[in-house]
Design a protein around this ligand. Structure first.
Ligand code: G3P
Length: 219
């Protein structure tokens, strides 16, 4: 499973990239607004750090305006995936953009039938928002499983990005479900890495190592 980071924060992106596990970045208007800087400059800077797909979202609501915005965003670089909301106009825009070979990430997906329509329109990526579904008492991961099955049934190439991840179990379940990608906030990435027994183990090994003489330690 590929791991994207769900942030627009440059420091977090640089840090995750330095771990050697980062395959891409997803942003959204909320994440960009937190950074309080020019959107296009921010996306350009992310583009210089990360080789994999970088999602940047349109804010227009009608198809022609979405397509116009998408073309401008795609002009930043080849690995820009334009995020398009899962609406009727969004589907129209995705269809046009797929013919132009512009990558799209269809966002705000909350059902498997929405996922089916996005794939039919030619989406490169589909982003089911599992945390927001869990928040209202629906099991978000069931949508991921259903989309996975539908895409397998018909051979759709659209890649599933599990989005709106809140905790490590979401990442674990995404991998078990066979999702193509999980987009993970930085604090959850850190939680994936940390285990108290790892820290205790290192501490014990180092304490025992110190019991050796300098000659014994030499290698
Ligand atoms: O980037 C989209 C998605 O991951 C948003 O997550 O936490 O705002 O539901 P959240």
């Amino acid at each position: 499973m590929k791991i994207f980071i769900d942030t627009a924060n440059i420091e977090q992106i640089k840090e995750a990239a330095s771990w050697g596990i980062l395959d891409g970045v997803t942003t959204n208007p909320t994440l960009v607004a937190r950074e309080k800087r020019n959107f296009v400059e921010l996306v350009k800077e992310i583009h210089e750090i990360v080789d994999g797909p970088i999602s940047a979202e349109v804010v227009s609501l009608n198809a022609p305006a979405m397509v116009e915005e998408a073309r401008r965003l795609a002009g930043i670089g080849k690995n820009i995936a334009v995020k398009i909301p899962l609406t009727c106009d969004g589907l129209k825009a995705v269809k046009i953009l797929s013919r132009e070979k512009i990558m799209t990430n269809v966002t705000l997906c909350f059902s498997a039938t929405q996922g089916l329509l996005a794939a039919k329109a030619g989406a490169t990526f589909i982003s089911p928002f599992i945390g927001r579904l869990d928040d209202i008492g629906h099991e978000g991961m069931n949508v991921v499983r259903a989309i996975k099955q539908i895409y397998a049934n018909y051979g759709y190439k659209t890649q599933i990005i599990v989005a709106s991840i809140r905790h490590p179990l979401h990442v674990l379940e995404a991998a078990r479900a066979g999702a193509d990608i999980a987009t993970v906030p930085f604090d959850v990435l850190e939680k994936l890495l940390k285990h108290p027994l790892t820290d205790i183990g290192i501490d014990r090994f180092l304490r025992d190592w110190q019991k050796l003489s300098d000659k014994e330690k030499n290698f």
